[in-house]
Design a protein. Structure first.
Length: 264
């Protein structure tokens, strides 16, 4: 009976992980969410007895430690797979290039901190909190969801000069997951940073400014992928990511893998 814990599970990619994993009654799925009353994830938990909601915030170390304690009680102290999907973007600075970093210590800290707090601090806190459970699990896998925006070839190939803090945070996540692989290899634990692709996670009608931003990004991404039609459905992306996790072995531990290119 494989067990999974997913952070950031209330919506988007995280909730789709829960939905797909819950389809197999043999799986035990822990959805780590800030708000267990969020309608989408609450409905999933009500529909599937193998889904357990745990309230926690990965940017609060005591909160995520408490979540790991709850998980241990549910899973008898063992966890097979941790998926750190929690994500954060500061929309106030997302559109700015690096030349707009302010000449002020506090303002600069604010410019970078939100995505870094989730992708680096939160990833470490969540991983370390659940690590004792992973060590006792059978599959022993840790996946962090990263982004191609952290890939310098993509940045240069598309000309995307914005999303500075977000991209740097995800690049830091990639390095951190490699460090975990080096540290944990003697224990048989495998890690991976997964690029999910350009995924449609917005629910409901898009506001005009989001439609415009999506079109701009599409034109930029087409510089590298001329046949790109648009964003990938979240169902397709998560299916590809689960193939990466299922096929992860020691040889690929610590690497960054683009989900759609993965070959088992």
């Amino acid at each position: 009976m494989p067990s999974y814990a997913i952070t950031g599970a209330s919506k988007g990619i995280g909730r789709e992980f829960v939905r797909q994993l819950a389809q197999s009654p043999s799986n035990t799925v822990l959805a780590i969410v800030r708000d267990p009353e969020s309608p989408g994830i609450k409905a999933l938990a009500q529909a599937h007895s193998n889904v357990h909601l745990i309230k926690a915030n990965v940017t609060d170390p005591q909160s995520i430690l408490a979540a790991a304690e709850q998980a241990a009680a549910i899973l008898d102290g063992k966890l097979d797979v941790l998926i750190h999907n929690s994500n954060s973007v500061d929309m106030a600075t997302f559109s700015l290039p690096p030349s707009k970093v302010p000449f002020d210590v506090e303002a600069t800290r604010s410019f970078y901190e939100e995505p870094v707090r989730t992708a680096i601090y939160g990833a470490a806190w969540a991983t370390n909190a659940f690590l004792p459970l992973i060590e006792k699990g059978d599959l022993k896998k840790i996946a962090h969801i990263t982004s191609s925006m952290a890939n310098t070839e993509v940045i240069l190939g598309t000309g995307v000069d914005y999303a500075v803090a977000y991209s740097i945070a995800k690049a830091g996540m990639n390095v951190q997951i490699a460090k975990y692989a080096a540290e944990l290899a003697p224990k048989g634990i495998k890690t991976v940073a997964i690029c999910p692709g350009w995924v449609e996670t917005h629910e409901g009608p898009k506001p005009p400014q989001l439609v415009e931003a999506t079109e701009i990004m599409l034109n930029q991404f087409r510089k590298m992928e001329p046949d790109l039609k648009g964003q990938m459905p979240v169902e397709e992306s998560v299916s590809q990511q689960l193939r990466v996790i299922n096929g992860l072995d020691a040889a690929r531990s610590g690497t960054v893998i683009r989900a759609r290119d993965f070959k088992a």
